[in-house]
Design a protein around this ligand. Sequence first.
Ligand code: GDP
Length: 301
Amino acid sequence: YMLFDEFANKIQQAISNVSKLQVFNDKEFQKALKNVRDSLIEADANVEIVDELISNVETKMKQVKIPKGVTKTQMFVKLVQDGLTEILGGEGTSDRILSAPQRQKRIMFVGLQGSGKTTTIAKFAKLTLKKFPKARILLVACDTRRPAAIEQLNILGKRVNCETFSGEEGSNAEWVLDRALKYSLEKEFDYILIDTAGRQVIDNDLMNELVLLEKNAKPDEILLVLDAMTGQEAANVARQFATTVRISGAVLTKLDSDTRGGAALSLNSISGCSICFMGTSENLDGLETFYPDRIASRILG
Ligand code: GDP
C-alpha cells in the first residue's frame, strides 16, 4: 500500500513542479505555496493548521539564510517537509511506549466500537513479542458488557500466544480489572494490556467507566484507537476522549484504506494527541510505529 496515496500524489506533484524550475521567483513561490495548500485541504486537513503551516513556510523562506550548495527550491521542499512533520505530531513517542519490559507495564486501550481496538491489542502484543521475545503479556477483557468482545479478545489472544484474563459472565469491568491485576502480580507478567468498553458513540456512561478504570488501573499509558477512515471526525473523537482520560498516544487504524490522511493531518492540532502507531492491514502483523518525520518524508517521496 502507499501511505495516503491520493494526498501523497498531489503534494508530490506540487513539489516536483517546484524542483523542475530554473528560477524560483516570487510568482512561482506563491504558486507552489498555493499548490501545497490545496493538496492539504483536499486531504481533509484542518484549515487553520494548514494556513499556519503555509504562513510558516512563507516567513521562514524569506528569513532563512540558505546554505551554500542548497538551492532555493530544495530549501522550500525542506520547509514543507518540516511543516508536515510538525502537523503529524512532531516528535514520535512509540519508542517510549514499546520500551523494554522492566516491571509491570500497564497499557489501557480505549476507543469507539469498530475502531479496531481489539485487533490493535493483539497486534500490539505481537509487535512487543517480536521485539522482546521473552516478554510475558496478559490481555485483560474489561469490555465486559459485550460477550462477543470478550470472546474476540480470547480468540485473538490465542493467535498471538498470549493469555487472556476475563471474568465470568455478568461480572463488571472493575471487578475483572482488580482480579486481573492481582493475577498478573502473582504470575509476574511484564505487560498488562487492558481492553475497555467500546461504544458506538461517546456517552457519559462510557466516559464514567473509563475514568473509573483509569483510576483503578493506574496505567502507564492510555492508547486511544481511532479509525482513520473517519477523517477529521477521528480528531473530534480524540478531543472528547482527551478531556476525560489522560491519553498518551493514538493508534490510527485502517491506514491501508485511507487515501486522504485527514485524520493524521488534523489529529494533533485538534486534540493534542500524537500518533504513535498505525494499523496498516487486517492481519495481526499490520501494526507499525509512527514517526512523524519518517512519515513526512515517505509522503513526499
Ligand atoms: P473494536 O470494536 O474497536 O474492537 O474493533 P475490531 O478490532 O473488532 O475491528 C473492527 C474491524 O476493523 C475488524 O474487521 C478488523 O479486522 C478491522 N481492522 C482493524 N484494524 C485494521 C487495520 O489497520 N486495517 C484494516 N484494513 N482493517 C482493520
